[in-house]
Design a protein around this ligand. Structure first.
Ligand code: NAD
Ligand code: UDX
Length: 464
């Protein structure tokens, strides 16, 4: 079959795989190929066990794979054969040299640009799907413009706004699709071509276009605003704990103001995931780079509050359990950074587990999807941690439960049964405020929520 468009995506990760599966599903007359430098990832995409757990993804892959969606390893050949190339490689925080700890590490992006340049034999539209510092397209254009021949490249910015755990729904019904381009004749033509692809399933009013720098910057700012809401509510949760106010009641009252809105005001142990911290630090770096230190400090405080929230949570466990965790068994319920994903990148659970181990606690980790990743994250602590998927077996013989991920299954646990199997006095630290605290207290637990009065049989020990 001859396809109308040949689309390539470089980078078969959490974004590349699901977003290309959706394009293939919605555009059966387009051939979509996804490549990656990691051959094991491509094998996994071609197998029954996909490398990414995402509700609804399996079904879409089944409907498209080997029809108009292909996962391939021959990157050079694929660059030659495709006219539209999405770049969805990882852009982690730089760990070395200038800007280490804040700036984005663009080495993978640059390698990709050079590969595209080397293997292209016809004009291409190159689309930045990775999240990038504003002005990255300039570097991309300069590399691609160094071609000796007549091949032309048009660079577009099309940042991805999907969230993990809801990726397929977000991709199918996005709040908006953003496409940035140069405002030249060729830039606008390329932009129109990409608009045409999304217009197959996204209503026209939700496809917004802008200049390329606004598009790049909007992605960083969108993530910064979302993370800022989480840090804002978490900062107030600390004040609630001092004043007997209840954070859920405060969030409800504040969020019902239509100017504020109710979403992203859920208190917890802080945000995790591969994006928020990385993107805010990148924004902080950019602001400092342009001499805007006050702006940089403002955004950096969002990350600081996030770290503070995790410190507060572990300090509360220590204080409430009579200031010693040595030899005590603590069961961590949930290790992924949010529900409905196996992803543990920057999960608060990593930091909290390390803090508990530093107090010589024995840690048992339970999670329905993230145990494999948890064992990789904590490989250096091998032998000190048990991994048990079944929450009942994991909790048995423990002194405390710490709920770190908002998995639906934890709301429905039989806490009476769990209580019976635990060492007394038994504690619950609900880092996500998802269970019925009063019910658990009545069963016999000492219950410590976030931003609400503790339901405990003991005096507050935390200041001892
Ligand atoms: P990921 O690490 O899951 O995937 C990136 C893939 O790119 C990896 O499989 C890696 O092997 C591959 N890769 C790197 N260099 C390559 C090269 N030269 N050639 C071919 N393949 C190469 O990362 P991700 O979570 O998919 O994120 C990708 C980008 O999208 C990042 O910039 C991220 O900030 C952004 N983003 C992520 C999310 C998310 O929810 N994960 C959401 C929106 C945007
Ligand atoms: C985020 C952005 O939402 C998405 O638009 C972007 O494309 C990628 O980064 P993601 O990190 O996958 O998505 O998940 P998100 O739902 O934003 O949650 C991030 C973290 O914040 C999680 O750890 C989550 O538990 C936490 N969170 C979120 C809260 O603690 N409270 C909230 O109210 C919302």
């Amino acid at each position: 079959m001859k396809f109308k468009k040949n689309i390539l995506c470089i980078g078969a990760g959490y974004v590349g795989g699901p977003s290309m599966a959706m394009i293939a599903y919605k555009c059966p007359d387009c051939r979509v190929t996804v490549v990656d430098i990691n051959p094991a990832r491509i094998d996994a995409w071609n197998s029954a066990e996909l490398p990414v757990y995402e509700p609804g993804l399996d079904e879409i892959i089944k409907k498209t794979r080997s029809k108009n969606l292909f996962f391939a390893k021959d990157i050079e050949n694929q660059i030659k054969e495709n006219d539209i190339i999405f770049v969805s490689v990882n852009t982690p925080t730089k760990t070395f040299g200038a800007g280490a700890g804040k700036a984005a590490d663009l080495q993978f992006l640059e390698k990709t640009a050079r590969q595209i340049l080397e293997h292209s034999q016809s004009p291409k539209i190159v689309i930045e799907k990775s999240t990038l510092p504003v002005k990255t397209a300039l570097a991309m254009e300069r590399i691609l413009a160094s071609a000796k021949g007549k091949i032309t490249f048009e660079v577009l910015s099309n940042p991805e706004f999907m969230a993990e755990g809801t990726a397929m729904a977000d991709l199918e019904k996005p709040d908006r699709v953003l496409i940035g381009s140069r405002e030249t004749q060729s830039g606008l033509k390329a932009r129109a071509e990409l608009v045409d692809i999304y217009a197959r399933w996204v209503p026209a009013e939700k496809i917004i276009t802008s200049n390329i720098w606004s598009s790049e910057l909007s992605k960083l700012v969108a993530n910064a605003f979302l993370a800022q809401r989480v840090s804002s509510i978490n900062s107030i949760s600390a004040l609630c704990e001092k004043t007997d106010a209840d954070i859920s009641e405060v969030a409800r009252a504040v969020g019902m103001d239509s100017r504020v809105g109710s979403k992203f005001l859920k208190e917890g142990i802080g945000f995790g995931g591969s994006c928020f911290k990385k993107d805010i630090l990148n924004l902080v770096y950019l602001c400092s780079y342009y001499g805007l230190q006050e702006v940089a400090d403002y955004w950096e405080s969002v990350v600081k509050i996030n770290e503070y929230q995790q410190d507060r949570f572990t300090a509360n466990i220590l204080g409430s359990m009579f200031n010693t965790l040595a030899g005590k068994k603590i069961c961590i319920l949930g290790f992924s950074f949010k529900a409905d994903t196996g992803d543990t990148r920057e999960s608060p659970a990593i930091y909290i587990t390390r803090k508990l181990l530093a107090e010589h606690a024995q840690v048992v980790i339970s999670d329905p999807k993230a145990l494999k990743n948890a064992a990789i994250d904590l490989a250096s602590d091998k032998g000190k941690i048990s991994y048990i998927e079944d929450p009942y077996s994991a909790a048995s013989g423990c002194h405390a439960l710490a709920i770190l991920t908002d998995w639906e299954l934890y709301r429905k646990l039989d806490f009476q049964k769990i209580y019976k199997s635990m060492v007394k006095p038994a504690f619950i630290f609900d880092g996500r405020n998802i269970i019925d605290h009063k019910k658990c207290f009545d069963i016999g637990f000492n219950v410590y929520p976030i931003g609400k009065p503790a339901l405990s049989r003991f005096e507050d020990q935390s200041s001892v």
